[in-house]
Design a protein around this ligand. Structure first.
Ligand code: G3P
Length: 224
């Protein structure tokens, strides 16, 4: 499973990238607005920090302008993936840009029929929003299971990129279903590391080790 970081906060991306666990980044207009920075500048900086796909979303809703914006975003760096909403004009844009060889992430997906259309439009990634479905009493993970099954039936190359992730449980369930990617707010990745028994066990190891008076390194702090 690939982990993308869902933020436009460069400091967070730098911190997470240092773990070696970051396979890409997703942004959207709300995350760009939260960063307080110009989209061209911040996407260029993120593309320098992360080798994997970096999603940058168009802001227009009409085909002509979406195409122009998508082509501009794609020029920022080779690892830019253009993000478009799952609308008629969004999928027309997806088809055109993907035919030009540009990676496209189709976002704001809330049904399996939408995901089927996006795959037929040549989407590189489909972004179903599981958290927002859960928020209205739906079961976001059922959608992920449906899409994974449908894409497998027809060998669609479109990767299922689970978005709107609210916590480690979403990541666990997505991995069990076999989704290709999960895009994670930094707080969710950090939460995945944590378990109280790990903390308790580590403290016990440290206490017992301290009692031995030993040091693994030599007196000069070297490996000897
Ligand atoms: O990538 C999509 C994600 O940012 C949306 O998350 O929490 O606003 O539903 P959320």
């Amino acid at each position: 499973m690939k982990f993308f970081i869902d933020t436009a906060d460069v400091a967070e991306i730098k911190d997470m990238a240092s773990t070696g666990l970051v396979d890409g980044v997703t942004t959207n207009p709300s995350l760009i607005a939260k960063s307080g920075r110009n989209i061209i500048d911040v996407i260029a900086e993120i593309c320098d920090l992360v080798d994997g796909p970096v999603s940058a979303e168009v802001a227009a809703t009409d085909f002509e302008t979406m195409i122009a914006e998508g082509r501009r975003l794609a020029k920022i760096a080779d690892n830019v993936t253009v993000k478009v909403p799952l609308t008629v004009d969004g999928l027309k844009t997806c088809k055109t840009l993907s035919d030009e060889g540009t990676g496209v992430n189709v976002t704001l997906c809330f049904s399996a029929t939408q995901a089927l259309l996006a795959a037929k439009a040549g989407a590189t990634f489909i972004s179903p929003f599981v958290g927002r479905l859960d928020d209205i009493g739906g079961v976001g993970m059922d959608l992920i299971a449906d899409i994974v099954q449908i894409y497998g039936n027809y060998d669609f190359p479109t990767e299922v990129l689970v978005a709107s992730v609210r916590g480690p449980q979403h990541v666990l369930e997505a991995a069990k279903i076999g989704a290709d990617v999960a895009t994670l707010p930094p707080a969710v990745i950090r939460a995945m590391y944590n378990h109280p028994l790990t903390d308790k066990g580590l403290q016990a190891f440290l206490d017992d080790w301290a009692a031995t008076g030993q040091s693994i390194l030599d007196s000069k702090g070297g490996a000897a």
